[in-house]
Design a protein around this ligand. Structure first.
Ligand code: ADP
Length: 251
């Protein structure tokens, strides 16, 4: 399965209050790839994700999955937004099955499926708890479990670890890499952290200030599986430096 974003343009507003958000976005994620998008705050990253997921329409351009035009259509992609959006009145298990239920799967079948996945998400002790009882990391894992339960092969993850403390974030990265090894999704990932982008990704797209365009695309050819020791190695630091330069360079 592969995802292609082709010549996407998007402008908000009209008349004098016009706000160009995306200039011309071309990017792709191939089978089994983990690709990150980094760029300044407010440059248009979430707008790209909203368009890729079909929640928003581009003014121009197309979204292709395996070459098939799915522009403006929802239901092809699992999308995890920045806020975990867990429903406070549903238990972890019932939050996890939400997307599956919306897609028409029976509650019983979806619960059975979610139950099997709980250990991989470190949530087996928390199936019947409500979100208010969970730590930040657990909430994100519950939200990702729901994303996985939607049964799509393409995952859009919009800064899932942005609000976590540094140690929890490191642990969540390890865990995400492990989950990706298990489920082999196509991943498009937004982050503000250069180090996180290098550590997780096969490739990174760097966006310009708004209106966003792709400034560069960098292949991170570090070996997999990734290890924490890598972050101090020369090759890792080289990629960090490269991304830092790209990000802060003028248009
Ligand atoms: P990022 O995710 O990179 O922080 P966003 O995609 O959320 O950026 O937003 C890009 C720009 O588009 C921002 O200036 C934002 O205010 C604007 N924007 C986003 N959504 C809308 C909308 N629905 N209507 C008007 N402006 C919007």
């Amino acid at each position: 399965m592969n995802l292609e974003v082709k010549n996407i343009k998007k402008t908000y507003g009209s008349g004098e209050r016009i706000l160009p958000a995306l200039e011309q976005i071309n990017l792709n994620v191939k089978e089994g790839e983990f690709v990150s998008v980094i760029g300044p705050s407010g440059c248009g990253k979430s707008t790209i994700f909203n368009i890729v997921s079909g929640l928003d329409h581009p003014d121009e351009g197309q979204i292709l999955i395996d070459g098939l035009d799915v522009t403006g259509q929802t239901g092809h992609i699992s999308y995890m937004m920045q806020k975990d959006l867990l429903l406070p009145w549903r238990t972890v298990l019932d939050n996890a099955i939400l997307a599956a239920e919306v897609q028409g799967e029976s509650r019983k079948a979806a619960r059975a499926r979610a139950y099997e996945l709980l250990p991989a998400f470190g949530l087996e002790q928390f199936a019947r708890e409500y979100p208010v009882k969970l730590s930040g990391g657990m909430r994100q894992r519950a939200a990702l479990l729901r994303t996985v339960m939607a049964n799509q092969d393409i995952w859009l993850l919009d800064e899932p670890f942005g609000a976590l403390d540094a140690m929890t974030r490191d642990r969540m990265q390890e865990w995400l890499l492990e989950v990706c090894r298990q489920f082999r999704p196509v991943v498009l990932f937004i982050t503000h952290s250069i180090e996180e982008a290098v550590y997780l990704s096969d490739r990174v797209y760097v966006l310009s200030d708004r209106p966003a365009r792709i400034k560069d695309e960098i292949t991170i050819d570090l070996a997999r599986p990734r290890h924490r020791d890598m972050v101090t190695q020369d090759r890792f630091l080289h990629f960090k430096d490269l991304l830092l330069q790209e990000l802060y360079q003028q248009r």
